[in-house]
Design a protein. Structure first.
Lengths: 164, 500
């Protein structure tokens, strides 16, 4: 049962490769092959070749999967493969990541970075809320100073303008 | 000028107090971050790239030299004390190293790794200094067909050697080549695969690619499968070896260096094969073969030396041809390009201060590494106990700041998330990440050489193999493709039916 499901999601990879290959081929059609080129190989050649390569690997991969081939999930020090993907953790993690993207230009990095760090520690199961909040703020304010003063890269200051 | 004079000038550059400081900071940060579980040297460099934005290229690469060796040594520490390393080059080290650590010999394992890395790194860097100018005299005569052939070799080697499934390696390479094509075609000025988004016109920034695939992909993958019971970590005192350990280590160090450097210098898929070769060699030559698998010090000394020598060897094609053979080298190449510097045969001529300063810093970095690591081993071991929520939150935090700082645009953060999702999917479905990264970074250069070669031959495909050098390379490619399957078939002459 699990094996069948795994096979089905693996076929999704082949499908993705197929879609990417199709995209490369379709996009290549709008290119003017003669524009500004001095050689026989124009701007189209490589996208077309890559598109074909993607479609060929999609087919080969599908054949491999149907014959029972399975991709090997990556192991690691902190990885426990005995259970499936934990979608709740992942969802919270992505939410924290997106929150930073949406907030960074409005509220500034010192706030959005802290939200990102606090959110990810929470998603990963840490419940020392006060300690985490202090670490988050220290990190985001600290990196803001490091980048702005130390490296000369102007990370957005946002609502804390005039305070920092 | 001969290379020794150049090297002395390099030392003059590197020994400047500010540059020494950068080398020191590089080693310290590289080791500290490399020690953290799940972070290999390529990710270490990618995450630390933003710190060098404000620096001059020479200073930035002096710092990279430190990060490079520091990150690698950090990875060995992790594999000895924790087992199951994230980085393929340290896999072999973990076999005996972790067994030694479990028997209470962690200090000796760490010491033989540190001293072996030092010796191999120093000899390897010396070989780099001597070999690179010689390679340049050959490389300067290489034409577009030759370059294209070597790049094809790099693509083929990295896809067929790494990972257990060649199809999945090829799929990863194809994805990488596709991502590398995104942006304005430099010859005709037309937008390719940009979806009409102006932010994609210049292609995807290398920091975003590397950090997305390695750091964000890894953090998401681990977060989804986080081990709820903390891994067992072995406590250790200062790294030291007995006289007996020295006696058993010095030959494997030298043999490892001899195996690692040439393998690193050719595009053969990184340190996996040479470290394994070194392990097998030591097992065969050892007077204590029965100790192998139980924690034999030769099994740590040899592969660790090999790993470092191969890293030094990998800088030869990177600096003289502009061709990366490992993920780490690919990220370094991206860093060079970020400064508008294209590594290649002319680099030694146009940027002698940078190249020789970098080489000299590798020597200096090695010394700092040894000085830091022998006494500080217990401190690095403590870093392994960092609570996992903080570790992975930190990776996402610094990945975001790095990607954003590259262009100060939230668009890059969305890209980072998409590439992170791609990295997650690749880990989930067994697609190796390294071919993708090599494809992204080397793809555009390969296209340029392909076009140039065919332009010279007026469109005849024969123009791709009209030099003796390119012919030899294509023969090597054929061998790489044909020999391993034949060897496998001969070994398993009886076709084994896999039951399930």
């Amino acid at each position: 049962m699990a094996a069948v499901q795994q096979g089905r999601s693996e076929l999704g990879v082949a499908l993705l490769l197929l879609v990417l290959g199709g995209w490369a081929l379709i996009d290549a059609q709008q290119l003017d092959a003669t524009a500004g080129t001095s050689g026989p190989v124009g701007p189209k050649t490589v996208p077309v070749a890559v598109g074909i390569l993607l479609i060929v690997t999609a087919v080969l991969l599908a054949v491999d999967i149907l014959r029972g081939g399975r991709g090997e999930q990556e192991a690691g020090e902190d990885v426990d493969l005995s259970h499936g993907s934990d979608w709740k953790t992942l969802g919270l993690l992505v939410a924290a990541f997106v929150a930073n993207i949406l907030l960074i230009d409005r509220l500034g990095w010192p706030v959005s970075g802290a939200v990102l760090f606090f959110g990810t520690t929470f998603a990963l199961g840490s419940r020392h809320l006060i300690r985490n909040a202090i670490i988050s703020i220290a990190l985001s304010v600290g990196t803001w100073y490091l980048f702005n003063l130390g490296l000369g890269i102007a990370l957005p200051v946002g609502i804390l303008k005039g305070i920092l | 000028m001969d290379s020794l004079t150049e090297l002395l000038n390099g030392f003059a550059t590197a020994a400047h107090p500010t540059n020494l400081l950068y080398a020191f900071v590089g080693v310290l940060l590289g080791t500290a971050i490399g020690v953290l579980p799940g972070i290999g040297p390529a990710m270490t460099i990618a995450l630390l790239l933003p710190l060098t934005y404000a620096l001059e290229p020479t200073q930035a690469f002096i710092m990279f030299a430190g990060i490079y060796y520091g990150g690698m040594y950090g990875g060995s520490t992790t594999s000895i004390l924790l087992n199951t390393p994230g980085e393929s080059a340290s896999v072999v080290t973990a076999i005996e190293g972790n067994k030694m650590a479990r028997k209470g010999r962690a200090a000796a394992a760490l010491a033989t790794a540190a001293i072996g890395s030092f010796i191999a790194g120093t000899l390897g860097t010396l070989a780099l200094a001597l070999v690179a100018p010689a390679v340049v005299t050959v490389a300067i005569k290489m034409g577009a067909p030759d370059y294209f052939a070597v790049m094809v070799l790099a693509f083929i080697a990295v896809t067929t050697v790494l990972g257990s499934s060649k199809i999945r390696g090829l799929a990863a390479l194809a994805i990488g080549l596709l991502v590398g094509t995104i942006g304005i075609d430099p010859t005709s000025g037309q937008q390719r695969l940009t979806l009409g988004l102006p932010e994609l016109a210049d292609g995807i920034d290398v920091v975003v690619v590397a950090v997305g695939l390695f750091a964000v992909g890894e953090a998401l993958w681990i977060a989804a499968h986080l081990r709820r019971t903390p891994a067992e970590i072995i406590t250790v005192g200062a790294a030291r070896m007995t006289r007996e350990d020295w006696r058993r280590s010095w030959k494997p160090w030298l043999r490892g260096t001899a195996i690692g450097f040439p393998f690193g210098a050719i595009p053969a898929g990184g340190a996996e094969i040479p470290t394994f070769l070194s392990y097998v060699t030591e097992k065969k030559l050892s007077k204590h073969p029965e100790e192998f698998g139980q924690g034999a010090i030769e099994g740590v000394a040899g592969p660790e030396a090999t790993n470092n020598a191969s890293a030094a060897g990998g800088l030869v094609p990177l600096l003289t041809l502009g061709i990366p053979t490992t993920a780490t080298a690919a990220v370094m190449l991206g860093a060079f390009q970020g400064y508008g510097i294209q590594p290649g045969p002319r680099l030694l001529e146009t940027q002698p201060e940078l190249v020789w300063g970098l080489v000299a810093s590798l020597f200096i970095g090695n010394v700092i590494l040894l000085a830091l690591n022998l006494p500080l081993a217990p401190m690095w071991a403590k870093l392994l106990r960092i609570p996992r929520p903080y570790l992975y939150a930190g990776i996402l935090f610094f990945a975001s700041i790095g990607a954003y700082a590259a262009n100060l645009s939230t668009f890059d953060l969305w890209l980072l998330l998409i590439l992170g999702a791609l990295g997650f999917g690749m880990r989930r479905f067994g697609l190796p990440v390294v071919p993708a990264i090599i494809g992204i970074i080397l793809g555009p250069t390969a296209e340029e050489q392909l076009r140039r070669a065919l332009q010279l031959s007026d469109g005849h495909v024969s123009g791709l193999a009209n030099t003796w050098f390119s012919k030899i390379v294509y023969v090597v490619i054929l061998l790489v493709l044909i020999v391993p399957p034949i060897v496998t078939r001969l070994r398993t002459r009886e076709p084994v039916k896999v039951g399930d």
